[in-house]
Write a protein of this length. Structure first.
Lengths: 166, 370
């Protein structure tokens, strides 16, 4: 301890105190403050850049998710549309078939009707014609029969004979 | 010119080999025998090594690089003289070359001064030193107030200048580009280390900023000056108690003047203990505030001094062994120890900064319930 005290040099103490305090003040103004500020600024910048990168990534993910969703929706919509179309198509085909059947039925019925009526008409005409022809034949026959008196008389006789028998 | 080196001087040279060409100034050594004769006996050699180590640990008034004895038996000192500044009824400034390395009385104006055991005393024209009975270490002569620019002051100044140049240039480079360049790449992680691992954990995020200037400066200052102490320039700043005292005093003053109510509350009226204990604890705690910086002062001083003494003793051993085995062993040991000292240089800077931060942290600690 005594050695320490005897070694103590006031001049050195003074200069150390003086120079060191000067150094602290100068360095704080010209070195530490700007350096720490620059480093802090840089760290903030890095932090912000990282945060914004993270945000961008999230946004990107969101966007991707949105895209996916949209795509899904579109796909679902397409599917639905296709399904609907298929249904419509099937319905149309079914409807068409049904209608065609109905139509065909109707047409067949009509055809049958017309065939029947035609047939009837034809039959009626045939009957008429047969009647007419018969009348004509009968007329011609009668005419021929009744061309002379004898024949007429014989006919009457004959007819009369027939009747009396009855 | 063929120079005849004594063994001691070779030891000295090993330490102080310098690549700078320096001005020589020749001391007049006529009446002075110490160290100029060839050392032959082992005891004398041991003493000369011990003297050399002691001398090396002391501050000096000139910037001596090395000294040797020339052909004519004269001691030649190589180095620069430095200005001596005394306050003795007026400012006295003169070159330390006037003392001729302690061998002559310097006449300044009407006053005479003499250097004795590396301290300046006021004497008469003959340089008589007065001693108390049986004591040859503590002269009773008047000591003028000494503000001399000693070797250590020069180095404190040079290190300050170096730090200012390096760090202000580094700061400037950040203005252009926030990415460090050159030496900044090496220094920035250290600055960040001081901030993130010393200041913030000990002081807290809220208050640490106002202490950063001191913490960074003291860390780099102690580190650089410790490293310089390991160079062959032979400068030891941190093993002067005055230097470590100045540093510890600043830590103490900063702690005291930035302390909050909570800190003083813990010292004078310790919460959570019964009142008789509070009375007992108050002086102890108050003493603690002085002991803390005191331990800082002693720790740095003792570590650096011990490191230098051990390292130099082992190097000195090389010249005592005088055989290839012992000398090479102590060379290996000295080499290993030098590496250890490199670590100690950084470690002591770290510990000083760390403990200062710890004390600042306790001064601004917020109140919390026990």
């Amino acid at each position: 301890m005594e050695k320490l005290i005897s070694e103590f040099s006031f001049g050195l103490f003074f200069w150390q105190l003086f120079l060191f305090i000067g150094l602290v003040l100068l360095l704080w103004k010209f070195a530490w403050k700007p350096i720490l500020e620059a480093v802090n600024g840089r760290e903030e910048g890095i932090k912000n850049a990282l945060a914004s990168a993270e945000n961008a990534k999230k946004e990107m993910q969101n966007l991707q998710a949105d895209n996916e969703k949209l795509l899904k929706e579109a796909r679902a919509e397409r599917e639905a549309m296709l399904k609907e179309a298929r249904e419509i198509k099937e319905k149309m085909i079914a409807d068409a078939k049904e209608e065609a059947q109905v139509q065909a039925g109707k047409m067949i019925a009509q055809a049958e009707e017309s065939i029947r009526s035609e047939k009837q008409a034809a039959l009626a005409e045939l009957k008429n014609q047969v009647a007419t022809i018969s009348v004509e034949i009968a007329e011609k026959v009668v005419h021929a029969e009744l061309a002379d008196k004898d024949k007429q008389l014989s006919l009457v006789d004959k007819m009369l004979n027939d009747v009396t028998l009855n | 010119m063929r120079r005849k080196f004594s063994i001691k001087k070779i030891t000295l040279l090993l330490f102080l080999v310098s690549f700078v060409t320096v001005a020589q100034h020749h001391g007049d050594e006529s009446g002075h025998q110490e160290g100029s004769t060839e050392v032959t006996s082992e005891d004398a050699q041991k003493k000369s090594i011990k003297d050399y180590i002691n001398h090396h640990l002391l501050d000096s008034y000139d910037f001596g690089l090395y000294s040797y004895t020339n052909d004519h038996g004269k001691k030649v000192h190589v180095g620069f003289p430095l200005p001596v500044i005394l306050w003795d009824g007026g400012l006295k400034v003169f070159s330390s070359s006037k003392f001729h390395h302690g061998e002559e009385v310097a006449k300044v104006g009407d006053n005479y001064y003499k250097m004795y055991h590396n301290k300046i005393y006021k004497t008469d024209a003959e340089g008589t030193m007065n001693f108390e009975e049986g004591d040859h270490d503590h002269p009773t002569n008047a000591k003028p107030l000494d503000f001399s620019i000693t070797k250590n002051v020069v180095f404190i100044f040079l290190v300050s200048l170096l730090m200012f140049v390096v760090f202000s240039r580094m700061a400037k480079s950040y203005k252009k580009n926030p990415v460090p360049k050159g030496i900044g790449r090496f220094l920035e992680p250290i600055i960040l280390y001081v901030r993130d691992d010393i200041a913030i954990p000990n002081i807290g995020k809220k208050h640490y900023k106002k202490y950063m200037g001191y913490l960074l400066t003291v860390f780099f200052f102690v580190w650089i000056i410790n490293l310089l102490g390991l160079t062959p320039l032979g400068v030891n700043v941190t093993n002067n108690i005055a230097v470590t005292f100045a540093l510890a005093l600043i830590t103490y003053l900063i702690t005291t003047f930035t302390a909050n109510k909570n800190y003083w509350g813990h010292i004078f009226w310790m919460p959570g203990v019964p009142w008789p204990m509070k009375i007992i604890l108050a002086p102890i705690e108050l003493l603690g505030t002085f002991i803390k910086p005191f331990s800082l002062m002693i720790r740095l001083y003792a570590n650096i001094t011990a490191g230098h003494v051990v390292l130099m003793s082992i190097i000195g051993l090389m010249f005592l062994f005088k055989n290839w085995l012992g000398s090479s062993l102590s060379f290996g040991l000295a080499f290993a120890l030098s590496l250890l000292e490199l670590l100690v240089a950084a470690l002591q800077a770290y510990i000083f900064t760390m403990l200062s931060a710890l004390y600042f942290g306790s001064a601004v600690e917020e109140h919390h319930d026990h």
